[in-house]
Each structure stands twice: as structure tokens, then as C-alpha cells.
Design a protein around this ligand. Structure first.
Ligand code: ASP
Length: 267
């Protein structure tokens, strides 16, 4: 999706959120930190920077992006769960950090239900099945056949167990019955760079992260994991059209530490 499209979506998503959730007479009197639990340059980071730009303008304060990465985003989200509940430290996260991690990790360092307060729901992003240009396949069927022949030697990038890209890989395994080896990264920004260079061969990656590289001819896309084709890339078939139905969309959100005051203005 192009940056201008993202800007429109984020303006809509953030409109009216901050006055209700975080605004007080003297708030904010200092910079606000958004903790991004994945690496810079990845889809969560890009979303945080666009949201931060809007927040900064609306609130008249500097927004600082803090990339605290690791353990499928749980280190950064845990940091926010333990931060002061004063509206100056918030986190961006998604269905992985705020749902899947709670199910998958026994000793998670936060409890989504008791440690964090939701502020806003942000856009959903479908996934694309993408490969290096070296994979000799023109269709998703071709990719699946290739994996069935060579899967043990094929590596796929994810942002860690429980991340959006990992959930995408699991959906791919379930739909196609094909397998490849998973390589965890601290975010899909660096993973997609390794896909471009051919260090890894496949990803089921957020379209916002991989589509620009597909457009530039650096990687190939075979299907979008949505019921309908994306208006941003109408030439890419849905997974069902490509022969392997799977629907996965990664929704995002903003959270504050539990106990953060909702508002002080009469309302
Ligand atoms: N959100 C991505 C994922 O879960 C990672 C990232 O933003 O870098 O796969």
C-alpha cells in the first residue's frame, strides 16, 4: 500500500481517539514514547511512525519511537506494561503480541487483560505469500510443488513464534500441507531484506512490508490471504483463487499501561 493510502487510513483511525483517551488540561507536557516491539523499517514500525506523526500534530508534542525488540514483540510490550501509567509511554502491537503471545508463551512478562489498557484499534493488514526471485514458480501451486520437493532446504522468515508473520506461515502450512523451515527475526523489516538477497526463500508477510518490493521486482507475490483482492494490488489473486484458501489479517492497536487516566475534560 502506498504511503498516501496509509496516511488516509491512519488519519481516520486516530481521529477522535486521543482527545478521549489521553487528553488532560496539561497533557502532554513532555514527549510521548511509542514502544514498537519490532525492528525499525518493518510494518509495525512504519505504522507507529505514521500514527506518531498524526499524534504529534494533534497533541503538539514530540513523539519518540522506541524499538524494543525480541521474543515476538513480548519484550517491548512487557516494558510498556511495567511503565508509569501517565500517558507518556504507550505501545503499538497486534494480534500476535496481544493475543497469540498470551496463548503461546507460558512465562509472558505481561497480562494483556490486567496490565494494559486499549487506546485505539488500527488498520488490518492482510498477508502476501512472497518468495525470492530464485524460486522457480509462477503460481502458488508451483510454490507448493517446489516446497514438496525441496521444503527441508527452504527457509522462511518470521518475526518470531506468535508474530503476525508466524501466524501467516502456520496458515500457509495448514492450507497447503507443504512445509519449510522457519527462521525467527526481531522484525520482518530485516527478514524481507534477506528474502530479497536470497538468504531465505519464502515469507507470508504483511502486504505493507512486502508489496513495495514486489512492485520493484525484487521479490514475487503469489497470493493475498484475504477473501477479496486488495485494491492496492488487484493483480495478485486471493489464496482461494490461487487454489489454497486461507484468510489471515493482522489487526493492530495502541495500548497504555493499566491505570492510565482516560480523560480529564468534561464529557
Ligand atoms: N509485525 C510483524 C510480524 O508480526 C513484524 C514487524 O512489524 O516487524 O510479523
Amino acid at each position: 500500500m502506498r504511503r498516501t493510502n496509509w496516511l488516509v487510513i491512519f488519519s481516520l483511525a486516530t481521529a477522535g481517539v486521543f482527545p478521549d483517551a489521553l487528553q488532560a488540561q496539561d497533557y502532554p507536557s513532555k514527549p510521548i514514547t511509542i514502544v514498537v516491539p519490532f525492528t525499525a523499517g518493518g510494518p509495525t514500525d512504519v505504522m507507529a511512525r505514521i500514527v506518531g506523526e498524526h499524534m504529534g500534530k494533534q497533541l503538539g508534542q514530540q513523539i519518540v519511537i522506541d524499538n524494543t525488540t525480541g521474543a515476538a514483540g513480548s519484550i517491548g510490550v512487557g516494558k510498556v506494561a511495567r511503565a508509569a501509567a501517565d500517558g507518556y509511554t504507550i505501545s503499538i502491537g497486534h494480534v500476535g503480541t496481544h493475543v497469540a503471545n498470551g496463548i503461546l508463551y507460558k512465562n509472558l512478562n505481561y497480562d494483556i487483560l490486567t496490565d494494559l489498557e486499549p487506546i485505539a484499534l488500527l488498520p488490518r493488514n492482510p498477508l502476501l505469500v512472497v518468495t525470492t526471485n530464485q524460486v522457480p514458480a509462477a503460481t502458488l501451486w508451483g510454490v507448493v510443488n517446489y516446497l514438496n520437493d525441496t521444503g527441508s532446504r527452504i527457509f522462511g522468515g518470521t518475526a518470531g513464534v506468535g508474530s503476525g508473520s508466524h501466524l501467516g506461515a502456520l496458515a500457509f502450512f495448514a492450507a497447503t500441507k507443504a512445509r519449510y523451515q522457519l527462521v525467527p527475526y526481531r522484525g520482518t523489516g530485516p527478514a524481507v531484506q534477506d528474502l530479497i538477497s536470497g538468504q531465505i526463500q519464502i515469507m507470508v508477510d504483511q502486504s505493507a512490508n512486502s508489496l513495495p518490493h514486489v512492485r520493484a521486482g525484487k521479490i514475487r507475490a503469489y497470493a493475498v490471504t484475504a477473501a477479496k483482492r486488495s485494491p492496492a494490488a488487484p493483480e495478485i489473486p486471493t489464496a482461494a483463487e490461487a487454489g489454497f484458501p486461507m484468510e489471515v489479517a493482522i489487526w493492530h492497536g495502541l495500548w497504555a499501561p493499566k491505570g492510565t487516566p482516560r480523560q480529564s475534560s468534561p464529557g
